[in-house]
Design a protein around this ligand. Sequence first.
Ligand SMILES: NC(=O)C1=CN([C@@H]2O[C@H](COP(=O)(O)OP(=O)(O)OC[C@H]3O[C@@H](n4cnc5c(N)ncnc54)[C@H](OP(=O)(O)O)[C@@H]3O)[C@@H](O)[C@H]2O)C=CC1
Ligand SMILES: O=C(O)CCC(=O)C(=O)O
Length: 434
Amino acid sequence: MADLRLPTNPIVRPDKDRFLNEENPFEAMMSRFDRAAELLDLEPGIYKVLRSPEKEITVSIPVLMDNGEVEVFTGIRVLHNTSRGPAKGGIRFDMNVSLDEVKALAAWMTWKCAVVNIPFGGAKGGVICDPLKMSVGELERVTRRYTSGIISTLGPDSDVPAPDVNTNERVMAWLMDTYSMHVGHTVNAVTTGKPVEMGGSLGRREATGRGVMFTATQALEHLKMDVKGATVAVQGFGNVGSIGAQLLAEQGCKVVAISDRTGGWHNPKGIDVADAIAYVRKNKTLDGYGKGDVITNEQLLELPVDVLVPAALENVITTKNAKNIKAKIICEGANGPTTAAADTILDEKGIFVVPDILANAGGVTVSYFEWVQNRGGYYWDEETVNDRLRKIMVESFASVLKISQQHKVNMRTAAYMVAISRVATVHRLRGIYA
Ligand SMILES: NC(=O)C1=CN([C@@H]2O[C@H](COP(=O)(O)OP(=O)(O)OC[C@H]3O[C@@H](n4cnc5c(N)ncnc54)[C@H](OP(=O)(O)O)[C@@H]3O)[C@@H](O)[C@H]2O)C=CC1
Ligand SMILES: O=C(O)CCC(=O)C(=O)O
C-alpha cells in the first residue's frame, strides 16, 4: 500500500516548559503524547491535529434547589477526537472538575479506545458540584439541565456518555430519558452504563474493575510472580476500586489495604473485601470499618505490596512520593493517578506500571458491547460479555508489552505509541489534514 504520509518536518513544540506545573492533567497527558509522537516520528500535521480537542462546550446549569433558591452550576463536555468513531467517555460530578482536567480526560479516552481497538473517539464531561451534599431531586435536575445544555453534541453516532466519578446508572437513566424526550423517541444507545432493565449491558458495572484484575494478573504472570498470595493495596473503594479488589481477591490475591475519601485500613493478614463492600453499602463510606489499622491515603500508596491499584483520582503519585513507593506493580485503575514527572522516578525504581489507558479500559470496552447490543437490539449473557472482555484485555496487554520490548520503553509510552499510531493511521486514510 502506498505511504500516505506527508514528508516529515521537525515537530514544533511551542510549550517546552510544560513540566512547570506537574499536576496539570492536560500537561501530563501532552508530555506522554509528545514522547510517543517523537518515537513514532509523527508528522507535524497529525501532531497538531491530535493535540487539539475537536470541541469544548461549557454550559451554565440553573437549578432550583430544595431550599427554594436557584443555584447555577457549570457543566463541561469536551470531544477530543472522533476520527475512529463516535466520541465516548464518562461524566463526573465533582468540585474539582475543570476545563483542563476534562480536556485531559477526553484525550485519554481517545488513546484508551485506540489501545483496546474499539471504534470510538474520546470525550469526557463534568459538572462542578458536590453531589454528596445534594438530594436525589437536585441531582436529577442538574443531570437533566446539563444534558439539555450539551444536547447538540449527544447522539449514538456522535457522542455517547457513561458514568465516571460520582455518577452511576441512575444518572445515565436520566440522561437517556432527557435525550429521548428531546428527539421524540427512545434512544438507549445515546449512553452506556445504564440500568440493565433499560438496555444496560450485563457486566458493565463490574467491567472496569474486571479489566484491572485481568491486566494486574497479566503483569504478575509477566514478572513471573504468583497471583495466589500476591499482596494488593487499593486506593479508592468506589466502582473501580471495590470491584477490582474483590475480583483480585477471587483470583487468590491478598488485599491488605483499602481506602476511600475518609481514609484507609491496613491488615497484613488480608481484608475480607466482600465484608468491606457490605459495610460501605450500609454506611456509605469506610469510616469506622475497624477491621485493621487506620492508615492515611498517602501511607497506603507507600506500603510494601506486590500490586498497588490507585483507583480514586488524578495526581496521587507525584515527584513528592514516587521515590517512596515500594510496590512491584502499579495497575492504574484511576485516570491519571501518576504525574508525568513521577514516571521517570518509577522507571528508575524498576516498578512495572500498567498505565491507565490500558488498565482501566475494561469499562469502555463493555460500554462498546452495550452500544453494540442497543443498536442490534439483541442482548448477550454475562458470560459472553466477560469472555469477550477478557480476550480484548489480554490481547491489548500483549500488544502493548510487545511494543514496550521492541522499543525498550515503559508500558505507558508503549500504550501511547499503539494508540497514537492507530488514530494517526485513520487520519492519514481519511485525509483530514489534506
Ligand atoms: N467507573 C468507570 O467505569 C471508570 C472509572 N475510571 C476512573 O476510575 C477512578 C474511580 O472512578 P469510580 O470508581 O467510577 O468512581 P466512584 O465515584 O465510584 O469512586 C471513587 C472512589 O474514590 C474515593 N475518593 C474520592 N476522593 C478521594 C480522595 N481524595 N482520596 C482517596 N479516595 C478518594 C471515593 O471515596 P468516597 O466514596 O469516600 O467519596 C470513592 O471510594 C476515576 O479516576 C475514574 O475516572 C476509569 C475508567 C472507567
Ligand atoms: O464507559 C465509557 O464510555 C467511558 C468510561 C470512562 O469514562 C473512562 O474510561 O474513563
